[in-house]
Design a protein around this ligand. Structure first.
Ligand code: GTP
Ligand code: MG
Length: 331
């Protein structure tokens, strides 16, 4: 279906997004998808407004990862119920790997079944995984910025154990790994350093009994004490999304981790740092390492990006324009 033309100015759109208006959210997400130069300019101005308003600084970006079928969607649905009782507004990006194993298209549906369609406090968007997984964050990060401006909690659900989900986990303020009872993979991956240590580990399906308890203790051992940094010790929790047990503990652990990130500097630095990496990656994909060298090399570029206060697309676009100029052969 043809999208209606943009009827709001970028500033009006930003305001409407911050009020959590559904139509504005849909329009904003479409705008980010629009590759035409004119739309990119509007998107850049729109994102700058959101970032200037600091409207996302109190929100919480959570990554939910884990193997196919571990219960990420069911757990997310249970958390949504709880968060809504606590009067928190929730946005979800369900990243659909389109894999037949994990039942691709069901991903968002399972959530939608549990959440009322006319509750304005919940917004769910399924994303088909277009192309390479490495290219996924290209879309997910700007979308996250939009949802963070509109909701108290934003959850990104991705399937994966190991390298594939790392980018998503770096993007998020808090990463929660959902383990499947009886599957030794998570334990092995954790030991081998393939699974980047999440902030929270949860073994779902505790209603399965002994097998779940065994996985819980194996994960606890594999994690050891080595991974607790100064102010955060990684909790290993047990829950059952279907029986509704352990959900409050999980929600509390998530909010405890959010609290230690604080209301300002640490969180801001983390997101700004990720954004710099995001832009670097986009430029690398488009112009190769030669392009990065022309901009003064990776570390100088990252330094410059974290210090600038331009918005995401503006930073990216400004650097693209520089690189699209005829190259200085001596650089
Ligand atoms: N016994 C039991 N089954 C559960 C629990 N949570 C989820 N399930 C079931 O496990 C299956 C997978 O659940 P999902 O929530 O779709 O898992 P997922 O991790 O989102 O799966 P993908 O997105 O496809 O990777 C479904 O049949 C759920 O009903 C639980 O706590 N206990
Ligand atoms: Mg799922």
């Amino acid at each position: 279906m043809e999208q209606p033309a943009l009827t709001l100015s970028h500033a009006q759109l930003a305001d409407a997004v911050q009020r959590g208006e559904r139509a504005a959210l849909a329009q904003a997400l479409n705008l980010l998808d629009d590759r035409r130069p004119q739309s990119r300019a509007i998107a850049a101005a729109f994102l700058r407004k959101l970032q200037n308003d600091q409207s996302s600084i109190r929100s919480h970006l959570i990554g939910m990862t884990g193997p196919p079928g571990a219960g990420k969607s069911t757990l997310t649905a249970a958390l949504i119920d709880l968060w809504r009782q606590r009067n928190l507004r929730v946005g979800v990006l369900a990243v659909d790997p389109s894999s037949p194993i994990s039942g691709g298209a069901l991903l968002g549906d399972r959530l939608r079944m549990k959440t009322s369609a006319d509750d304005d406090g919940v917004f769910i968007r399924s994303l088909a995984c277009r192309g390479e997984f490495g290219g996924l964050s290209a879309e997910v990060w700007p979308m996250s910025l939009v949802l963070l401006a509109a909701f108290d909690v934003v959850m990104i659900e991705t399937v994966g154990v190991g390298q594939r989900e790392i980018d998503i986990s770096r993007m998020c303020d808090t990463t929660c790994f959902v383990a499947q009872p009886g599957s030794g993979d998570s334990v092995q991956f954790l030991k081998a350093g393939i699974l980047e240590v999440p902030h929270i580990l949860v073994v779902n399906k505790e209603d399965m009994g002994a097998v779940a308890r065994r996985t819980l203790s194996e994960l606890g051992t594999a994690l050891g004490r080595a991974h607790s940094d100064g102010n955060w010790e990684v909790p290993v929790l047990s829950a059952s999304a279907t029986a509704g047990t352990g959900i409050e503990e999980l929600a509390d652990a998530l909010s405890r981790h959010r609290k230690i990130l604080g209301a300002g500097d640490q969180l801001q630095a983390h997101r700004q740092g990720y954004q710099a990496q995001w832009i670097l990656k986009r430029l690398q994909d488009e112009f190769g390492s030669h392009g990065i060298a022309r901009l003064g090399g990776e570390s100088a570029l990252l330094q410059q990006l974290t210090e600038q206060s331009l918005s995401l697309f503006e930073q990216h676009e400004t650097l693209r324009q520089i690189l699209l100029q005829p190259g200085d052969q001596h650089a």
